[in-house]
Design a protein around this ligand. Structure first.
Ligand SMILES: Nc1ncnc2c1ncn2[C@@H]1O[C@H](COP(=O)(O)OP(=O)(O)OP(=O)(O)O)[C@@H](O)[C@H]1O
Ligand SMILES: [Zn+2]
Length: 612
C-alpha cells in the first residue's frame, strides 16, 4: 500500500487514503486516515472513518458513515528508566498536564497517557550497575516517576509500563500485522550506533570522533543480523501527510525539519536486536528481541486498552486512538513524526493528529539529560518551592517550543513577583479590606459591582486571550495573559484606593465595596484561568473566595465569564495563598546563573498597591 495517496476534505475533516485498502488476503483494512483541520479547536470534534475499499466506498456514497465523538488523547513520551526522572522529563509532563487540565475545563473527555519505557540494552546495563535485576530496577524507577507526578500534581489517566503483559501482547500483535502486510524482512546491517539514543546514526550527523551530538559520546561500529521495517516504502505517503496536514508536526518550524529528513530519503530501519535479551521476543524467533523504539511507541496504543485480561490491538484502538497530541522533546521527533506514522500506516491504523516537539531545558547550553548527568532534580525543587512554583516557572519562562536555561535566581524572582506579589498579595489585601469593612461578606453581585466599569472589559479580553493561547499550546503566553489580569487589578486598586473611600463613608464607601467585589471577581477568574498551570494555587484562591473543593473541581472554562461572585457570598479568613520565597543564592552563584538565562526582562513592575 505504499505509493499514492488520496486526500479529500469532507465536513472539515481531512481524509487520507493509501492507494490500496486490502491486504494480501483480501481483508479490508481500516486504512483511511483522517485529520482535523484544527485539532484543538472544537469542544466535540467529529471524525468520519471510512474503509476505502470499493464496496465500502459505495456504501459510503449511500450515506453510511459512522460519527464518533472522540476523546482528547494526549501523551508524554514513555520515559526511559535508565535513571530516575529529572527536570527535563518533568517539564514535558507538567506541560502535558496543563494541556490536559485545559481540555478538561473545555468539557472534553481527556485521556492523558504517560508511562515508562523499560526494555533495552541501557536498562539492562543500568540494572547491573546497581546490582539489581532488570525488573527490580524497572519497578524502582517507574515508581519514582509515579511519585514525582504525584508531587507535581500531574493528573494522568493512564500510566503504561512497557513491561506490562498487556503491552507485550499488543506489540506482538502489531508486529505480526506489519509482518503480514509484507513490511518486515531479515537482513544484515552494519553502522554506527549510539547506545544512549538506541539508534543507528548517519555518519554525516555525527560530531568529530563519531560522537553523538546529543550524548557527546562516540558511537560504536555494530554489525547485526536483524529484522527490518520497510520504512522506505512509506516515503511518498509520508511526504503527502506532511504536505497536506500542516498541524501534524508542531511548532511549524519543526515541520520543515521533518520534511527535509523525509525528502533526503528514508532508509529501512532494524526493529530487532540479536544482542539484547531484555526485551519482547520477536514472534517466531526468540533469539531476537524487538527494538526498544518499535516496542515503546506502541505504548501509546496499549495504554488505551481497557481489557487487561485479553488485550487486543483493535480493542485498544477503539478506546480512543488516534491520539490528538503527542507531546515530546525535539530529540525524539524523528521517531514520532517519521517512523511512527509509517508503522501505523503499515498496520492500517490512523496516525496521530499532532506531534509537538518542544525545546530543551539546558545547562550550560547542553541538553539536560540522564546520559550526560547534568540534570536538575525536580523533587528537590518541589520540596523547596512547592509544585505551583515549579510548574509556573517552567511553563511561564520557557517559551513552549524553544530551549531555555534554568537559573535559581530567576526562578525565585519570577515566582515571587508573579505569584506572591501580583496575584497573592492582591487577593490577600483585598480580603483584608473586605474583612475590616464588610465582615468578609459581599454586599453586591459582581455584575452590579462592575457596571459601567472598563476593568471588566479588560479582564474579559485577557481571559479570552489566555484561552486562545492555551488552544494553540502557547503556554507561556497563556500565563502572561492571566498575569496581566493581576497587573490590571493592582492598577485598578491603586487608582480607586478603596481604603481611603471607606474612610470617607457614605456613597464613597459603597463605591469601595464595589471595587473590592470587582477585584475579587477578577481573582475568581484568575483562579480558573490559571488552574491548568498552577492547580493547587488556584484551589487555594478559590477557597479564599469561600468556595469548597467540590465547587472548584466542578468549574469549567465557561465559569471564567464575569458574574460568578454573588451578593451574600462569605469569604474565608484572609490567608496568604503563596508564601514568598527567600532568595538564598550567594553572590557568585547568582552571577553565574544569571549568565545562563536568556534575559527576557519580564519581571513585572513592582506592586504599587498602597496599604489602607
Ligand atoms: N533537557 C530536557 N529538556 C526538555 N525535555 C526533556 C529534557 N530531557 C528529557 N526531556 C523529555 O524526556 C524525553 C526523553 O526521555 P528520556 O527518558 O530518554 O530522557 P533523557 O534524560 O533525555 O535521556 P538521555 O539523556 O538518556 O537521552 C524528551 O523527549 C523530553 O520529552
Ligand atoms: Zn545519542
Amino acid at each position: 500500500m505504499a505509493g499514492r495517496v488520496l486526500f479529500s476534505l469532507q465536513n472539515g475533516v481531512w481524509l487520507f487514503s493509501p492507494l490500496s485498502s486490502m491486504n494480501s488476503k483480501g481483508k479490508h483494512l481500516r486504512n483511511r486516515l483522517h485529520f482535523h483541520r484544527s485539532p484543538f479547536s472544537s469542544p466535540s470534534s467529529k471524525s468520519v472513518m471510512f474503509c476505502s475499499c470499493r464496496s465500502h466506498l459505495q456504501s459510503q456514497s449511500g450515506g453510511e458513515e459512522s460519527i464518533t465523538i472522540e476523546p482528547f488523547v494526549l501523551t508524554t513520551p514513555l520515559y526511559y528508566v535508565n535513571a530516575p526522572p529529572h527536570m527535563g522529563s518533568a517539564y514535558t509532563t507538567i506541560a502535558a498536564d496543563a494541556i490536559a487540565r485545559f481540555q478538561r475545563l473545555l468539557g472534553k473527555k481527556v485521556i492523558f497517557v504517560t508511562g515508562t519505557d523499560e526494555h533495552g540494552e541501557k536498562i539492562a546495563t543500568a540494572a547491573t550497575a546497581c546490582g539489581a535485576s532488570p525488573s527490580e530496577h524497572c519497578d524502582t524507577i517507574s515508581h519514582a516517576y509515579k511519585m514525582l507526578w504525584k508531587d507535581l500534581d500531574v493528573s494522568y489517566d493512564k500510566f503504561i509500563r512497557t513491561t506490562d503483559p498487556s503491552h507485550e501482547a499488543i506489540v506482538k500483535e502489531f508486529y505480526s500485522r506489519v509482518l503480514g502486510n509484507g513490511d518486515i524482512y531479515r537482513a544484515d546491517y552494519e553502522g554506527l550506533y549510539c547506545i544512549n539514543c538506541e539508534e543507528y546514526k548517519d555518519e554525516k550527523e555525527l560530531l568529530d570522533n563519531n560522537c553523538c551530538p546529543i550524548h557527546l559520546k562516540p558511537c560504536v561500529q555494530r554489525k547485526e543480523d536483524n529484522y527490518f521495517f520497510a520504512l522506505s516504502k512509506y516515503q511518498k505517503s509520508l511526504e503527502e501527510v506532511l504536505a497536506h496536514n500542516p498541524d501534524f508536526v508542531q511548532p511549524s518550524f519543526r515541520l520543515n525539519e521533518v520534511q527535509s529528513w523525509v525528502r533526503s530519503g528514508l532508509r529501512d530501519f532494524s526493529i530487532s536486536r540479536a544482542s539484547v535479551d531484555w526485551g519482547i521476543p520477536v514472534p517466531n524467533d526468540n533469539k531476537q528481541t524487538i527494538y526498544v523504539w518499535f516496542d515503546a511507541l506502541l505504548g501509546y496504543i496499549s495504554a488505551l486498552s481497557e481489557n487487561k485480561e485479553k488485550p487486543t490491538l483493535q480493542g485498544a484502538v477503539s478506546s480512543g486512538w488516534p491520539a490528538s497530541l503527542h507531546l515530546i522533546g525535539k530529540d525524539i521527533l524523528r521517531f514520532h513524526a517519521v517512523y511512527w506514522p509509517a508503522m501505523l500506516m503499515s498496520a492500517g491504523l490512523s496516525i496521530p493528529r499532532t506531534v509537538f516537539g518542544h525545546g530543551f531545558l539546558t545547562k550550560d547550553g547542553m541538553k539536560m539529560g540522564k546520559s550526560l548527568g547534568n540534570t536538575l532534580d525536580p523533587k528537590d525543587l518541589v520540596n523547596r518551592f512547592g509544585s505551583d512554583a515549579v510548574r509556573y516557572f517552567f511553563l511561564r519562562e520557557v517559551e513552549f517550543g524553544s530551549d531555555g536555561d534554568y537559573s535559581e535566581d530567576r526562578f525565585i524572582n519570577i515566582v515571587n513577583a508573579h505569584l506572591a506579589n501580583t496575584i497573592g498579595n492582591l487577593l490577600n489585601r483585598t480580603l483584608g479590606l473586605l474583612k475590616k469593612n464588610c465582615q468578609s461578606t459581599l454586599a453586591v453581585d459582581s455584575t452590579i459591582a462592575a457596571e459601567g466599569n472598563a476593568f471588566k472589559g479588560t479582564v474579559e479580553k485577557l481571559v479570552e486571550k489566555a484561552r486562545i493561547h492555551y488552544e494553540s499550546l502557547s503556554l507561556s503566553s497563556a500565563c502572561e495573559a492571566v498575569l496581566e489580569i493581576g497587573n490590571a487589578g493592582n492598577l485598578y486598586m491603586d487608582d480607586h484606593a478603596p481604603w481611603s473611600l471607606f474612610k470617607k463613608g457614605g456613597a464613597a464607601s459603597e463605591a469601595a465595596v464595589k471595587d473590592l467585589v470587582t477585584i475579587l471577581e477578577a481573582m475568581r477568574i484568575i483562579a480558573i484561568a490559571l488552574s491548568p498551570i498552577a492547580p493547587s494555587l488556584s484551589l487555594r484562591i478559590y477557597a479564599q473566595l469561600g468556595y469548597s473543593k467540590d465547587q472548584f473541581d466542578a468549574t469549567t472554562w465557561s465559569d471564567t465569564k464575569w458574574g460568578g461572585l454573588k451578593q451574600g457570598q462569605v469569604m474565608a479568613q484572609p490567608k496568604p495563598v503563596f508564601a514568598r520565597i527567600e532568595n538564598l543564592v550567594e553572590g557568585d552563584n547568582r552571577e553565574a546563573s544569571e549568565r545562563l538565562v536568556k534575559d527576557k526582562s519580564r519581571v513585572p513592575q513592582t506592586q504599587r498597591f498602597a496599604e489602607a
